[in-house]
Design a binder for this molecule. Structure first.
Ligand SMILES: Cc1ncc(COP(=O)(O)O)c(C=O)c1O
Length: 392
């Protein structure tokens, strides 16, 4: 029985191999490996795609967030409100500026709960960092209104949502600044690290260009401490090819998500992901929730194993690899112990971390493979027994 991986980048490569190899070959013979026309063209094309007047390419999504926060002068003494349910870089970059991340709970869409954001605003709050998690835009209408009424910046973490739209508008064009990752597993992935910042504010873009180049406004003339954060010409050339395919790939992800939801929605023991009205998700992940179906079962070593983990084990035995994004919420990470959050303080995210399971999701997933995944999920759940409907 063939194995089904959570994502298969080699399969994607085969579909565009000739174009990629030609683009890479052009860069290699050009002799221009840092900066140059490939990076400039990619910035222009990606800015057009996102619908912003400015786009600055950089080395990673992490750097995009860090540079954006620095460009907004976020620093020591400031607070930045963000989600506890995201990859660590979202909060880490806030901390690296010297500011303090303030975590508030999420809602059933896995994104920031706007009401809780408003309740967490203090005199020190400078910005909100919503994360468009798993490809689904956060409620940018409510968050935008809250930010406007408190004069806060919005730094959108678009790492998992390239191509997603909120009320018809692309993510990355909705806040003050948009931050993208081109890590290989993202919807638009490079063959290495890469990132970009988008904005309609030329002054912010200028500052980010300076910060990503060691704080230099002219060659060997440094006005502030910055970073070395460049997108390589090779990655830019690869991304330019892949950008042309992105909408088609995202449409395929949407079709796969629709099939998953249609086939799994009626299964009582799990909850399929909910999408907020107005959000067009690009499904970087398709993440179900598997609540505890009965008081925990004991393992041989006396520990407890959750229904989610048992389902994951059954899928693994059938050759289907799944992932858990994310097993621990950020407010309870050891690195943030000093912030004083208690277990139980953000109850929904804490519960969701024990329930989430991301099924294989990539544009090249075949119909027979998806049918097999759905069948195995249903069979495994019926064998795990005692299904319990999620509380509404
Ligand atoms: C939500 C989120 N933010 C930020 C990042 C950081 O991006 P990168 O890995 O390109 O630094 C990631 C990448 O995993 C992410 O998923």
């Amino acid at each position: 029985m063939s194995k089904i991986p959570p994502i298969d980048l080699a399969r994607e490569y085969q579909t565009i191999r000739h174009e990629i190899e030609a683009a890479v070959g052009d860069v290699l013979v050009s002799g221009q490996y840092i900066g140059g026309p490939q990076v400039a063209e990619f910035e222009a094309e990606f800015g057009t795609y996102v619908g912003t007047s400015e786009c600055v390419a950089c080395n990673s999504g992490t750097d995009a967030l860090y540079l954006a926060l620095r460009a907004l002068d976020v620093g020591p003494g400031d607070e930045v409100i963000t989600s506890p349910f995201t990859f660590f870089a979202t909060a880490e970059t806030i901390s690296l500026t010297g500011a303090t991340p303030v975590f508030v709970d999420i809602d059933e869409t896995f994104n920031l709960d706007a009401q809780q954001v408003e309740a967490a605003i203090s005199e020190k709050t400078r910005a909100i960092v919503p994360v468009h998690l798993f490809g689904q835009p956060a409620d940018m209408t409510r968050l935008g209104a809250i930010a406007a009424s408190h004069q806060l910046a919005i730094v959108e973490d678009c790492a998992q949502a390239t191509g997603a739209r909120w009320q018809g508008r692309p993510v990355g064009s909705l806040g003050t600044v948009g931050c993208f990752s081109f890590f290989p597993t993202k919807n638009l992935g490079a063959f290495g690290d890469g990132g970009a910042v988008t904005t309609n504010d030329p002054a912010i873009a200028r500052r980010i260009r300076r910060l990503k180049d060691h704080g230099a406004s002219a060659r060997y003339y440094h006005e502030e401490l910055g970073a070395n954060s460049r997108l390589d010409a090779l990655q830019a050339a690869i991304l330019r090819v892949k950008l042309r395919y992105l909408d088609g790939w995202n449409a395929r992800r949407q079709a796969i998500a629709t099939t998953y939801s249609q086939c799994l929605a009626a299964v009582d023991a799990i909850a399929v992901p909910s999408v907020r009205a107005g959000a067009i998700s690009v499904w970087n992940q398709y993440t179900i929730r598997v609540p505890q179906s009965r008081p925990s079962q004991n393992t041989d070593n006396g520990g407890a194993i959750s229904t989610r983990d048992r389902l994951q084990g059954s899928l693994q035995e059938s050759g289907i690899a799944t992932s858990i994004y994310y097993p621990f919420p950020l407010h309870l990470q050891p690195v943030y112990r000093h912030l004083g959050y208690r277990s139980g303080q953000l109850p929904l995210v804490e519960r969701i971390c024990t329930e989430v399971l991301s099924l294989p999701m990539f544009p090249e997933l075949s119909h027979p493979e998806q049918d097999r995944i759905i069948t195995v999920v249903k069979d495994a759940l019926s064998q795990l027994g005692d299904p319990q409907t999620l509380p509404s």
